[in-house]
Design a protein around this ligand. Structure first.
Ligand code: GRF
Length: 207
């Protein structure tokens, strides 16, 4: 089956290293995709800088630019629609997406979580908190999960996971770095497998 080049819209709040890893995969020819937009609630974020460096159109959309949550959701949706995004890639996006966006892009919004869902997900489980919880629970392993986004935090369909060991003497920071290195591999690879049809989202991206 011939697949079209996937059009990716990113939502990122902070560093954007996952976004960068995906862009690098595109550049090296591993992933047939094109970044069409970077949306961030944070105009001073690393993601904003990366967008500028990569010449990807950047959109600062937040409660500062749109105090009314419905107007904000509409503005985000407008960018996604106008850029004809196929997939919405959450890459360290710290805001909850409005149901309007989720419904309009049902099964086409992806997130990466730095633990093996369904464990260590849900409200409050983000950033270093996740790795602290993994260590406190005495887990033997951890690793990133790529999943679809629905109305519930971290509960959508799991698309891919990679495992790393928890090592003696681990700190949350050491574990976070080990997991992040795997995030940078698995996110681009999952998008690639969606593009080839190996992962079926029930959606046809061909023209
Ligand atoms: C990653 O740990 C990811 O799992 C989580 O937020 C972090 C984003 O890092 N959702 P970055 O902004 O991609 O560098």
């Amino acid at each position: 089956m011939m697949m079209r080049t996937l059009r990716l819209a990113f939502l990122a709040s902070h560093g954007g290293s996952n976004m960068q890893a995906i862009i690098d995969s595109i550049r090296s020819g591993l992933l047939d995709a094109v970044p069409v937009a970077v949306i961030s609630n944070n105009s001073g974020s690393g993601a904003a800088e990366r967008a500028a460096r990569e010449s990807i159109p950047f959109h600062h959309l937040s409660s500062a630019t749109h105090p009314d949550p419905k107007a904000l959701a509409r503005a985000i949706l407008d960018v996604l629609t106008e850029t004809r995004a196929d997939l919405v890639i959450l890459a360290g996006y710290m805001k909850k997406l409005d149901p309007l966006v989720i419904n309009s892009f049902r099964n086409r919004v992806l997130n990466i979580h730095p633990a093996l869902l369904p464990k260590f997900g849900g409200e409050g489980m983000y950033g270093i908190n996740v790795h602290k919880a993994v260590l406190a629970a005495g887990e033997q392993e951890s690793g990133p999960t790529v999943h679809l986004v629905d109305e519930h935090f971290d509960r959508g369909r799991i698309l891919a996971q990679r495992r790393v060991p928890v090592l003696p003497g681990d700190t949350p920071e050491l574990l976070a770095a080990r997991v992040l290195a795997e995030e940078h591999i698995i996110y681009a690879d999952t998008i690639r497998r969606i593009g080839t049809g190996e992962i079926d989202l029930g959606f046809h991206f061909a023209d």
